[in-house]
Ligand binder design. Structure first.
Ligand SMILES: Nc1ncnc2c1ncn2[C@@H]1O[C@H](COP(=O)(O)OP(=O)(O)O)[C@@H](O)[C@H]1O
Ligand SMILES: Cc1ncc(C[n+]2csc(CCOP(=O)(O)OP(=O)(O)O)c2C)c(N)n1
Ligand SMILES: [Mg+2]
Ligand SMILES: [Mg+2]
Ligand SMILES: [Mg+2]
Length: 338
């Protein structure tokens, strides 16, 4: 069996049982970050990698762009736990012929994102290899709060999102199609995603019950949150329509469906969170749906308490009560050549 025969989740299910738990581990693999005990509290740690031609192309992205992206995708995972980033370490693999200025640009990109937050880039590793690979590990301070896990959503909660949806996918599609006249903000959103990082700790303070960043697509990631919480999520097409409308012109020019970008795009690194109904949401969160209980006789049942998890063949996420049918989101292995 090859990895291409599995989904990311299926591959992880083979890896994770082999790994040691560690005496200080409070939360291991499965969430946006792990939670580790320290003598005077606990911190979060997470890692994400960028691989040339998988996550970026050097023809499109400068070293600074890649540095910013490497920082932001990790900072978003820290924020999604409700934590504040403290330090990052960076593993860099570069081909021997790469311009030194590209590498310096990457360092400047990391600094540009981390510096203003007071997070240090405190070390790393260097190696040569056939492609540029940038691996970052980020640590975050929970400031004495409990981490906001993917698994805390409860029936009756509202589902909210902070950030943009589909912009990165629109930018990537535009670059891929060499489209002319694309609004710069979409291409920039792909090259240098902007995550509403401060909204993570704000959400934690406001009582968010679950949270994650959207890296692989709204439907896929909402499905992960729903399954982790043992509930279903129903998204509101009307609440998402402005996001699709914002992409309509670009989509028309590329003969694409803006809804596929909004629901399946990923890499915008917005924050998806659930809050008890009636919570005053911190900016810039907006309600995009609700957490529902099990489906009873085809109707959506508003069961009080913890909803019943979706079965493997049932949608954990619906759109206006119906199976979305489109936009499966990103998986590095299943259904992807090479
Ligand atoms: N090689 C690995 N070994 C152990 N845990 C892993 C590995 N790859 C991913 N994980 C864990 O699996 C979960 C899902 O990973 P991923 O989809 O990359 O998360 P995210 O989208 O938050 O970056 C995370 O909790 C992550 O820590
Ligand atoms: C050249 C190029 N092709 C395709 C994509 C699209 N893409 C690559 S990875 C990915 C999903 C997010 O990356 P991942 O490594 O899964 O991040 P994580 O979920 O671990 O945070 C997407 C949408 C891209 N960014 N660049
Ligand atoms: Mg990851
Ligand atoms: Mg991530
Ligand atoms: Mg992913």
């Amino acid at each position: 069996m090859r990895v291409a025969d599995l989904t990311e989740e299926q591959l992880l299910a083979r890896i994770v049982p082999e790994l040691p738990a560690g005496a200080a581990t409070l939360l291991g693999p499965g969430d946006d970050a792990a939670v580790v005990a320290a003598a005077d509290g606990r911190f979060v740690v997470t890692t994400d990698v960028l691989v040339e031609d998988r996550h970026f192309r050097r023809a499109w992205s400068s070293g600074e762009d890649v540095g910013r992206r490497a920082a932001v995708q990790n900072l978003a995972d820290v924020a999604a736990m409700g934590a504040v980033p403290t330090s990052l370490v960076v593993t860099l693999v570069v081909p021997a012929e790469l311009d030194v200025d590209w590498v310096v640009g990457l360092a400047r990109g990391l600094a540009a994102e981390c510096g203003p937050l007071g997070a240090g880039v405190v070390g790393g590793d260097l190696s040569g290899g056939p492609l540029v690979v940038v691996g970052v590990a980020a640590h975050g301070d929970l400031q004495g709060r409990a981490p906001v896990l993917r698994s805390g959503a409860r029936t009756g909660d509202v589902v909210a999102h902070a950030g943009v949806l589909g912009w990165s996918a629109a930018g990537l599609a535009s670059l891929s199609a060499r489209a002319a006249h694309v609004p710069a903000r979409f291409v920039e959103a792909y090259l240098r995603p902007r995550s509403p990082l401060a909204a993570g700790p704000d959400a934690a303070r406001a009582g968010a019950t679950a949270m994650m960043d959207v890296s692989d697509g709204l439907l896929k990631d909402a499905g992960r949150l729903a399954r982790a919480s043992g509930v279903r999520v129903d998204l509101d097409r009307g609440a998402l329509a402005p996001a699709a409308d914002a992409l309509a012109d670009v989509a028309r020019g590329l003969d694409a469906d803006p809804w596929a970008w909004v629901l399946g795009g990923g890499e915008d690194h917005g924050l998806l969170a659930t809050f008890p109904a009636g919570t005053e949401l911190p900016a810039p969160f907006r309600v995009i749906g609700r957490v529902i209980g099990r489906v009873v006789d085809g109707a959506v049942g508003g069961v009080v308490g913890r909803g019943e998890p979706a079965g493997d063949d049932e949608p954990a996420v619906t759109l206006d009560g119906e199976a979305p049918g489109v936009a499966t989101g990103w998986d590095h292995f299943a259904g992807r050549p090479g």
